[in-house]
Design a binder for this molecule. Structure first.
Ligand code: 3Y8
Ligand code: NAP
Length: 248
């Protein structure tokens, strides 16, 4: 009897949850607990960490999970690594639902960097107006370049004081092109820092940057361990329908 665990927190994971609920497959949706009011899901939902690899392996056994789908974000590297290790330990089939990275196209002015520190280094020395579209967890290193005027975008209002003075937009997305163009024009944004999340929910700022000729410092995805991966909900549904407890 199938009982699936969706490691969620993305728009794709929400689409998968809807398909699984519609197919009446027994499943649990899991959020990491990063936002105050995550979107409701049509499945029983748990919020918060499992307690590392062993915590997840115990959860899988205790809950009789037969299939795990890692539908987290490409930058949720620790969760994805834990899922590979825990499923190997528990002998439970795992698949990743992972969206393609954005590709640089004609007219894109990208500076590709490996991580946040390299993104800070890539910013100019002379003061500029910079849009940091990387959420709240990774902004501290930008305190190293206080000469810039920063605009941040968070899902929830900041609770703690920011590590540097900045203007905060509170919005959970998905984001539309017209609104991104308007925001960047009125704020005179000269640089964007983004992560190569892929998907449509955050793509608009990249298209707006190309239209406005604004350079994008694009942080590349972290390396993830090998695991089966698909890009569509349909592929996951097939995997769920035809895989056996022992099969991949
Ligand atoms: C808690 C679930 C949906 C909801 C929206 C998608 C689209 C908008 C793009 C920008 C980039 C960023 C951020 C972003 C996007 C969707 C989708 C997507 C990027 C929610 C959600 C959770 C999170 C966590 C949150 C992080 C943050 C990252 C903001 C829900 C809304 C920057 C990723 O303020 C914070 O602390 C924010 C924390 C983790 C930063 C980070 O470290 O990556 N996502 N985002 C998940 C959980 O608790 O398990 O609250 O309902 C989901 C969405 N985020 O269903 O359409 O395709 O998923 N989320 C990035 O770098 O791209 C915004 O502002 O342009
Ligand atoms: P991370 O750094 O890879 O994970 C750190 C720890 O948080 C994990 O080891 C795990 O704790 C816990 N965790 C993360 N995701 C979880 C989930 N879905 N269910 C239960 N526990 C989870 O993760 P992150 O980058 O902070 O991302 C956290 C969440 O935000 C994920 O759900 C991710 O999908 C979402 N997110 C969404 C976007 C987006 O663009 N939609 C962007 C970034 C993050 P334990 O070790 O205790 O189990």
């Amino acid at each position: 009897m199938t009982r699936a665990l969706i490691l969620g927190g993305t728009a794709d994971a929400s689409l998968l949850a809807a398909a699984i609920a519609q197919a009446h497959i027994d499943a649990v949706y899991s959020y990491g607990g990063r936002t105050r009011a995550p979107a409701d899901q049509p499945l029983p939902t748990r919020i918060g960490g499992f307690g590392g690899v062993s915590g997840l392996a115990d959860y899988i056994r205790r809950e009789g999970i037969t299939h795990v789908i890692d539908a987290t974000h490409p930058f949720a590297a620790e969760m994805s690594r834990n899922a590979v290790a825990a499923c190997a330990e528990a002998g439970t089939p795992l698949i990743a639902l992972e969206r393609m990275a954005w590709e640089r196209t004609q007219g894109d002015n990208w500076i590709e960097v490996a991580d946040v520190n390299a993104a800070v280094a890539a910013l100019p020395a002379t003061s500029a107006r910079v849009f940091l579209a990387i959420g709240r967890q990774h902004i501290a290193p930008f305190a190293g370049k206080p000469q810039h005027t920063y605009t941040l975008r968070f899902v929830d209002p900041p609770e703690a004081p920011l590590p540097f003075s900045a203007d905060v937009i509170v919005s959970r997305g998905p984001f539309m092109l017209e609104a991104e163009l308007e925001m960047m024009r009125t704020r005179g944004i000269g640089w964007i820092v983004a992560r190569n999340s892929g998907g449509d929910g955050a793509r608009a700022k990249i298209d707006a940057a190309r239209i406005l000729g604004v350079p994008v410092i694009m942080i590349s995805r972290p390396e993830l361990p090998e695991r089966p991966r698909v890009e569509s909900v349909t592929d996951v549904m097939q995997w769920l329908g035809h895989s056996t407890r022992l099969g991949a």
